[in-house]
Design a binder for this molecule. Structure first.
Ligand code: NAD
Ligand code: MG
Length: 300
């Protein structure tokens, strides 16, 4: 069987029936506690030198989509700085191990991004550890889907954290990173199907992801003259620690089953979109757009 067919089969095998065993974690959640453990492309992703010598900062690079992107970027030849919350140290170290096994330089830059000072420090640490920066993946994110649905269910503590993690931090990190980005650099946001088809139980979260789409287009306009491309990836339901850490078990059991493809995606199925957008050759004329990786949900 070909390499490509092997990859596709390995990813589909995990959750072909749709849904997952009931399980719950506390935020931010850890990979090792998940059943099944997500597939980040560890056994399948094959690099082709598309990002040779590039230097990437990935927020939320410890787990889930961020880990899959870190593995793919490293196998494509990039050095990677991984931003994460201090309580995710074990996940961050696992991802670092994959980056190093790909023969690349990996750097850990912990810190809580709800604070602007920390955003600036994380970027400074990444630039120092990597010796520069030309890819920024704004991927850290948070939501809370355990309370009553709709406007009456919103609690100040969670709304504040959602807005500061998903929107404010992206602004402050991008502001801090921009002076380091030379022509040919790429900024990639992680938005969501929620920006297009919002769930009432994720009212605040969906709004931040719609705002990120707007930010993507606007930044692409203002940074285009500097040769910096800005794009976004909008995933559908993807099996990551965010889900059991922030949703009730009833929603986990059916997670992803209502997509046209009938299942949740694995982080390893999302990473290739980031590789494409990061690539200075493949995506040289691609800016201000959003790639959906949704299992069939429309992102327009
Ligand atoms: P994940 O839990 O593996 O990753 C999210 C990461 O965000 C965490 O690992 C953590 O390191 C980071 N983070 C959260 N709050 C932070 C803070 N205050 N400071 C620093 N880092 C913080 O889950 P994931 O699903 O891979 O999430 C990655 C992105 O994908 C998020 O932006 C999420 O909104 C988005 N997304 C996920 C799905 C999905 O179904 N999993 C769907 C659409 C979009
Ligand atoms: Mg994590």
């Amino acid at each position: 069987m070909s390499e490509i067919a092997d990859h596709a089969e390995a990813l589909v095998r995990h959750d072909a029936k749709g849904g997952f065993p009931p399980q719950q974690q506390e935020p931010p959640g850890l990979t090792s506690a998940m059943d099944p453990v997500p597939d980040h492309g560890e056994d399948t992703y094959v690099g082709h030198g598309k990002l040779e010598g590039r230097k990437a900062l990935i927020t939320g690079g410890d787990s889930g989509i961020g880990r899959a992107v870190a593995i793919a970027f490293a196998r494509e030849g990039a050095d990677v700085a991984i931003s994460y919350l201090p309580e995710e140290q074990s996940d961050a170290e696992d991802t670092l191990g994959w980056v190093r096994r790909a023969g690349r330089n990996g750097v850990l830059v912990p810190g809580d991004l709800v604070e602007r000072d920390t955003c600036q420090q994380v970027v400074a640490d990444a630039v120092e550890g990597l010796g520069g920066l030309d890819i920024l993946v704004n991927n850290a994110g948070y939501h809370w889907d355990r309370g009553p649905s709709g406007i009456e269910g919103l609690e100040p503590e969670h709304v504040e954290r959602v807005l500061r993690t998903n929107l404010h931090a992206v602004i402050w990190i991008t502001q801090a990173a921009e002076p380091h980005l030379a022509p040919g650099s790429s900024i990639i946001m992680t938005t969501s199907i929620q920006a297009y088809d919002p769930s009432p139980s994720l009212l605040d979260y969906a709004a931040t992801k719609a705002a990120l789409n707007n930010l993507t287009v606007n930044l692409a306009a203002s940074l285009g003259p500097k040769g910096i491309r800005v794009n976004a990836v909008a995933p559908g339901p993807i099996w990551t620690p965010l889900q059991p850490a922030t949703r009730g078990t009833d929603k986990i059991e059916t997670f992803g089953a209502d997509t046209p493809l009938g299942r949740a995606g694995q982080p390893g199925e999302v990473a290739p979109a980031y590789v494409f957008l990061a690539s200075p050759s493949d995506a040289s004329y691609v800016s201000g757009t959003v790639i959906g990786v949704t299992g069939g949900g429309a992102v327009f």
